[in-house]
Design a protein around this ligand. Structure first.
Ligand SMILES: [Cu+2]
Length: 318
């Protein structure tokens, strides 16, 4: 919207300059040429789908058979349907399945490593690296909530095998202060709850009303937005990966009737028919919106709470 109005403003300026020059010379064609050559139009962002970047291919090679792991995640706490008194919710996960050496852990030198994506309601995820250390949600507002978790690789691509993804619904009574963000015990923002300034400060695009679950049916088709999120700098800003989780859905490319649609900024919608990451190149510096939708057989977004249409803001610094 902002971009459009900027472009519109530029058009007006160009026209005004052109008309005033036209007034001087009395030759409108000539004047227009002069005016447009002195005003540079804003560059257009032309995104294209590219192959997996070499750095990620190198990562995959280095992680060996872990790429074939089938991690199974279990949510010990909060239990499905739990009613929790007070604004603090302890998250306890148990990782099992065919791990082939897969273990969440942040390498202190590289600050990267396997981790679990933890999503409260439909907020951007937070990373959980050390499962033997506590992960707490603080200042959770009263009401019904969902928690979604799934294992992820160092470059944030999720594992997509059966059992990797879990969702639980729980209710908080006597919850926190909705004018303040919901955070983790380490101070990461889980939900901004519309408190002043913090969305800007974190750059995570968590500027949303007090976070609650909506009416999500775990047995119905569900798209879980995972990436992109937050800020991208330097080499990590190009290409950028779109990644998501699909539940109770067979996508078109696998013989089903569902499609994923994405819209970047105000651009033309594009479609994803395979459940795998999409790498996009050609981003311009600045803020962008990324919208992911799950479309049903009728080509309309599938209603399931508000989770099947998700828009995030990302910030690209170059
Ligand atoms: Cu991640």
């Amino acid at each position: 919207m902002k971009k459009l109005s900027n472009r519109f403003l530029l058009l007006i300026i160009t026209t005004v300059v052109a008309l005033s020059l036209a007034g001087c010379s009395g030759n409108q064609d000539n004047a227009y040429t002069t005016a447009t050559s002195t005003v540079t139009p804003p560059p257009t962002q032309l995104l294209r789908v590219v192959s997996t970047p070499q750095t990620v291919l190198d990562y995959k090679k280095a992680s060996g058979e872990q790429e074939e792991a089938k991690p199974a995640l279990h949510v010990i706490s909060p239990a499905e349907g739990a009613v929790i008194n007070g604004p603090v919710v302890a998250v306890k996960l148990h990782l099992a399945g065919d791990l082939k050496g897969y273990k969440p852990h942040k390498d202190p030198t590289t600050q990267k490593g396997n981790h679990i994506h933890v999503i409260l309601d439909n907020e951007p995820y937070e990373a959980y690296y050390e499962l033997d250390q506590p992960f707490e949600l603080r200042n959770v507002v009263a009401g019904k909530h969902t928690l979604r978790v799934f294992p992820s690789r160092p470059w944030h691509e999720s594992y997509k095998n059966d059992g990797a993804f879990r969702m639980v619904t729980f209710t908080v009574k006597g919850g926190g202060d909705a004018s303040k963000p919901t955070t983790t015990n380490t101070g990461q923002t889980m939900a901004n709850n519309n408190s002043a300034g913090s969305a800007q400060a974190t750059g995570e695009g968590k500027d949303m009303p007090a976070s609650t679950a909506g009416d999500v049916d775990p047995t119905k088709p569900l798209l879980t937005y995972s990436r992109p999120k937050g800020e991208y700098k330097g080499a990590e800003a190009d290409p950028i990966m779109i990644d998501f989780w699909l539940s109770n859905v067979r996508i078109k490319g696998a013989g089903g009737e569902y499609r994923v649609r994405y819209i970047i900024d105000d651009n033309e919608p594009r479609y994803i028919d395979k459940w795998e990451p999409v790498w996009l190149s050609g981003w311009l510096a600045g803020k962008h919106t990324v919208r992911l939708e799950l479309l049903g057989p009728d080509e309309f977004p599938v209603k399931n709470g508000d989770f099947n249409i998700t828009t995030r803001e990302i910030n690209i610094m170059k």
